[in-house]
Design a protein around this ligand. Structure first.
Ligand code: WT7
Length: 568
């Protein structure tokens, strides 16, 4: 326990490395109430436990969207999540049911998500920018029973094509009820604020995040309640959450960062959590830091680059002196961004590496260790990372290969929803293979090199080329489409589509714009190709697969490599 205390953010530098080495996850399990009571539920540990203890009247959630500002203590959060739980219960939600939440950030989104967890339901948060096709694929695959949404987003839910969907709860004012559509607020205003939590097993499903791979439709990555062990500890070690901190994670809960670190880690640690709605805007973001006195800030390289691009003028209007710790995730953190962080805030931005599938941070720069700019850092205590060659053998330092993690760890995904084969494909023996390539140096620091597969990271969001290609070929003018990520100074990568047109269609700027709109309206704005290039023919294998590798080589003027499988 001594050592664990040293790990719990008391800045005891000297004992840190030593403590890391002897750390076992069972030590962290001792910090949860279920260790004594046997009663497990993420929402209890994150909210009710604090509401019933010393932190009862501490501010838990600060919400601001430019107009609406609301503040909730832990007691308020318990009451409101109970109320939401009762609303969901009244429409038949039970343990294990999939409850989707498809709405812009607002305090209610957080109450509903926590309320669903209190019933033992599996929550599926959907990013508000998703359009009909994307919403359909995710609700159908997960067989969602209930979705909570807003009137504005309702038209994107193809109710007739979703046989398992029983109820649509609309959060709004004066909702017109009909069929499956029910007024959420009407139910909420009458709902009890007492709720008996449904206790679950640590291995029971908690949250389903859909994410992209290089082939096939998005896959549902299932996390279980046990993930809380790693959320709690990385909140201490890496976010370095202290009692007085005002913490702001800028990610939307539609992505895993927005739940693991926008909800679970901060609340488990009893922090004050800032939630900001609305779109990215440099001045607005700076004003949020000033307004709430944000001390710990977790964001992404794309956002930092955009702030950088907004220049000093925007920066200098605000008092940002409250900041003491800045972290980044999602894409490589460029040295010039680190330099900007040093010059602007006098703080070094700490990179963290992990994935939807890992559920929590895995490789990090934590405050008590020396940082090497450009490196993602080292494996956290209790986790082991390595670089493997293509046969699964660990490589020595400085050799580039597959970034892999030794299984298991507390927050590891437990399932790809209804796709066991996909799940199995991640593992080589005891190792989980990430799909990233990297090398390790002699001190155990990892250096990101790129993706092994064709997954695109654009503005910190993961987009599968296959999902975009599938949508493109639904357009009447498109015969074939190949999609790649093209390097971009601000967004990391942008999506570029190569398209062969059907007979009777001619390339034009109007057609490009129409095709872009078609993807935007079907999937999401962030999934639409910013660049389109028309080709007579696309490079394909003899079996008919588009060779994205060749498209990428064309784009970047690189060698095309082995073309023996290519059709003439
Ligand atoms: C992919 C996972 C859960 C975090 C948000 C993204 C890339 C993530 C870093 C980093 C370079 C990074 C990897 C990874 N990535 N963090 N610090 N440096 N690349 O989660 O959407 O599941 O994407 O994001 O390529 O495989 P995700």
């Amino acid at each position: 326990m001594e050592k664990l205390k040293a790990l719990s953010g008391e800045h005891q530098l000297s004992s840190y490395e030593e403590a890391c080495q002897s750390f076992e996850w069972t030590q962290a399990e001792a910090l949860f109430s279920w260790n004594l009571t046997g009663n497990v539920n993420m929402a209890y540990e994150a909210i009710d436990r604090h509401a019933e203890g010393e932190l009862a009247t501490k501010l838990a959630l600060l919400y601001f969207d430019g107009e609406r500002e609301e503040r909730y203590t832990y007691v308020d959060m318990k009451r409101e999540s109970n109320r939401s739980g009762n609303v969901l219960k009244s429409v038949g939600v039970e343990k294990g049911d999939r409850v989707f939440i498809f709405m812009p950030r607002s305090p209610e989104l957080y109450f509903i998500l926590l309320g669903a967890l209190k019933l033992g339901a599996i929550v599926g948060p959907l990013f508000e920018a998703f359009m009909e096709q994307a919403v359909h694929d995710r609700l159908l695959d997960s067989e969602a029973k209930v979705i909570v949404t807003t009137e504005a987003l309702l038209p994107r839910i193809p109710v007739d094509q979703l046989p398992h969907l029983e109820t649509i709860l609309i959060v709004g004012d004066g909702v017109e009820e009909s069929g499956k559509i029910i007024d959420y607020r009407k139910l909420a205003s009458d709902a009890s604020t007492d709720l008996d939590i449904t206790w679950v097993d640590r291995e029971d499903g908690m949250i389903l995040h859909y994410t992209s791979g290089s082939t096939g439709k998005p896959k549902g990555v299932l996390h279980v309640h046990n993930a809380m062990v790693q959320h709690l500890m990385t909140g201490k070690w890496v976010l370095d959450l202290q009692p007085d901190d005002i913490y702001w994670c800028t990610a939307d809960p539609g992505w895993v960062t927005g739940t693991s670190y926008g909800i679970f880690a901060p609340f488990l640690n009893g922090a004050t959590n800032v939630i900001v709605g609305g779109r990215f805007n440099p001045e607005f973001w700076y004003s949020v830091i000033e307004r709430f006195g944000v001390t710990v800030w977790y964001s992404a390289p794309t956002a930092f680059r955009m702030l950088m691009g907004a220049g000093e003028e925007a920066f200098e209007k605000y008092d940002l002196s409250s900041l003491r710790h800045i972290l980044s995730v999602g894409e490589p953190l460029n040295p010039e961004v680190i330099r900007w962080g040093n010059e602007s805030f006098g703080l070094r931005i700490h990179d963290t590496w992990w994935m939807t599938e890992t559920g929590a941070m895995m490789i990090c720069n934590y405050p008590t260790m020396d940082i090497k700019p450009g490196s993602m850092g080292k494996a956290i205590p209790g986790c082991e990372a390595a670089i493997l060659d293509d046969r699964g053998q660990p490589l020595p330092p400085h050799r580039m290969g597959n970034l892999a993690l030794k299984t298991p760890w507390p927050s590891m995904m437990r399932k790809i929803w209804k796709n066991d084969a996909k799940y199995e494909s991640y593992f080589w023996g005891d190792w989980y293979v990430s799909g990233d390539s990297a090398y390790m140096d002699e001190d155990g620091y990892f250096w990101f090199q790129g993706r092994v597969d064709d997954v695109i990271m654009t503005a910190g969001e993961r987009v599968g080329p296959f999902e975009v290609e599938s949508r493109l070929v639904e357009h009447p003018a498109v015969a074939e489409a190949g999609v790649i990520g093209k390097p971009d100074p601000v967004r990391g990568e942008i999506i570029k589509a190569f398209i062969a047109l059907r007979k009777g269609y001619e390339p034009s700027d109007e057609l490009k714009a129409e095709i872009q709109k078609f993807v935007k309206e079907g999937l999401a704005a962030h999934a639409a190709p910013r660049e389109i290039e028309f080709k007579d023919k696309l490079p394909k294998t003899r079996s008919g697969k588009i060779m994205r590798r060749v498209l990428k080589a064309w784009e970047l003027n690189l060698e095309t490599g082995d073309l023996s499988t290519m059709e003439d």
